[in-house]
Design a protein around this ligand. Structure first.
Ligand code: C2O
Ligand code: CU
Length: 506
């Protein structure tokens, strides 16, 4: 009893203690005093979000070893359920979400609520906002979800996201019932686990080949690097260097193209389609045969509606579209942007939309819409209701993105996360971030706990693609005190260093 109690208290103490020591650097260095993840400022911010009479939505997650059938391909992996994605969590804006996580993995884990402006101590970043949930351990996440939108959840531990550890989190708007008849979540993923290598082995291979000439890495491409030895590069006309890994499979809702997921509706119904890119190293170009798609939201926030043929979705981005369903069976194709399969064809994920009779489209169907102009979120405009008020920044930070394959090291301002000093802000400030990409790879840059606005009336987002040799400027209101990770959502880049703490100082 005594031991157990001591352990529990010790762990609770660590949440504040570890964060403070880890974030303020070693003794002797003069660093600003930083807001503690569970301190008064964070509690005050959460209290302001709580609405009297708000409902509580409860769920439980058991990350565990599972066997998944991807559609004739069976893989041993880690998941939240016997299928991917994991359970859908659905709440209304203002609800309290309470999720008990019981870790049945052989290793420590955590759960991050991607895109939610939540209380910092529930953000799920081990050693920063909480101690990792040890193998066999449990943790209760409890937070108010203030803003409606399409979000997702995943571990913030190593490259666990590249297994089946992800699920969709939808926050509905009680003030807007929506004008659609069917509501679908389309979750995109790139898949390697259980096919001969785990994601951890993939990362180890990427890291160990720095210094070798790369000739022994079957299935891995030297994205963005010119290399001899017949290595193929993942390059995209739109994104430049388009990922470091050629995956054996690409999935929509956990299914390979040969055994696709089917979304059913009726002709003339209006469909809302929530596209979530849960992949670790792959952006997708998505189109629905026979339909154009009207983009209504990106990363949860409304945009001025824009009707497109195809769209590009980076890792960590969500795009909601609406369309009026035609009569028949239609291919929903998500090309793995810049990646090829073993036959040399462009790699793809695939699903079917069916509203009527007719033979199903083949898995290699190529709707003409894919060849139309493909919209990036940066082409969109914020809806008036969510435009950031005009204000000049109180503080600006430039985050220079660099790195490459040899060695496998990705940096922000020349430094990997383990050596990085926090980028500081103060509560109440308008903050401008300038992402400057000096590498030959695109990076989907994600900020925790906030939604920024792209410069010049662009959309509100929490994840934005920064192309090679491009700068993207975003503004945000520092209204959610805490320690917030800012990182590339290529999970291999993040693990290899491309992450920094956006830290509120006292
Ligand atoms: Cu989905 Cu730190 O990210
Ligand atoms: Cu990156």
């Amino acid at each position: 009893m005594t031991t157990r109690r001591t352990l529990l208290l010790g762990a609770a103490g660590l949440a504040g203690g570890a964060a403070v020591t880890a974030l303020t650097g070693c003794a002797g260095r003069t660093s600003p005093r930083l807001v503690t993840p569970s301190g008064t400022a964070v509690q005050t911010a959460e209290a302001a979000r709580r609405k009297p009479g708000a409902a509580t939505v409860t769920a439980s997650l058991k990350p565990r070893p599972v066997t998944l059938d991807l559609g004739g391909v069976t893989v041993a992996t880690w998941g939240y359920a016997e299928q991917a994605p994991g359970p859908l969590i659905r709440a209304k804006a203002g609800d309290l979400i309470r999720v008990d996580v019981h870790n049945q993995l052989p290793t420590a884990t955590s759960v991050h609520w991607h895109g939610i402006a939540l209380r910092n101590d529930m953000d799920g970043v081990p050693d920063v906002t909480q101690p990792a949930i040890a193998a066999g351990g449990s943790f209760r996440y409890e937070f108010t979800a203030p803003d409606p939108g399409t979000y997702f959840y995943h571990p913030h531990s190593g490259v666990q996201l590249d297994r089946a550890l992800y699920g969709v989190l939808i926050v509905d708007d009680p003030a807007d019932p929506g004008r659609y008849d069917v509501d679908w979540a389309v979750v995109l993923d790139d898949w390697v686990d259980g096919t001969g290598r785990t994601p951890d082995q993939v990362l180890a291979d990427l890291q160990s080949m720095g210094g070798m000439n790369g000739s022994s890495m079957g299935g891995m491409d030297m994205g963005g690097m010119s290399m001899g030895g017949g290595m193929e590069m993942n390059t995209s006309a739109i994104l430049g260097g388009a990922g470091d890994i050629s995956y054996p499979h690409y999935l929509i809702n956990g299914r390979i193209p040969a055994a696709p997921a089917t979304f059913t509706g009726k002709p003339r119904q209006r469909a809302r389609i929530r596209i979530v890119n849960a992949a670790s190293d792959t952006a997708f170009r998505l189109a629905l045969g026979g339909h154009r798609l009207t983009v209504t939201h990106t990363d949860g926030y409304p945009v001025v509606p824009s009707t497109v043929d195809a769209l590009i979705v980076g890792m960590g981005e969500r795009v909601d579209v609406e369309t009026d369903l035609a009569d028949g069976a239609f291919p929903l194709v998500a090309l793995a942007e810049g990646k090829r399969d073993t036959t040399g064809a462009q790699a793809r994920a695939f699903a079917i939309v069916r509203t009527g009779a007719g033979s199903p489209p083949p898995a290699d169907a190529r709707p003409a819409q894919l060849d139309g102009p493909a919209a990036l979120a940066t082409d969109l405009r914020a809806a008036d209701a969510v435009r950031l008020a005009d204000r000049s920044p109180d503080r600006s930070h430039t985050l220079t993105l660099a790195g490459g394959m040899m060695p496998y090291r990705w940096t922000i301002n020349g430094t990997t996360f383990d050596k990085a000093q926090p980028v500081t802000v103060k509560h109440g400030e308008r903050v401008r971030l300038r992402f400057v990409n000096t590498s030959t790879m695109f990076h989907p840059m994600h900020l925790h706990g906030h939604t920024f606005a792209l410069a010049g009336g662009g959309p509100r987002k929490d994840t934005v693609i920064v192309k090679p040799n491009q700068s993207v400027t975003v503004d945000l209101d520092a209204a959610n005190p805490g320690q917030w990770m800012t990182h590339c959502h290529n999970i291999y880049h993040a693990e290899a260093g491309m992450m920094v703490n956006l830290a509120y100082q006292e």
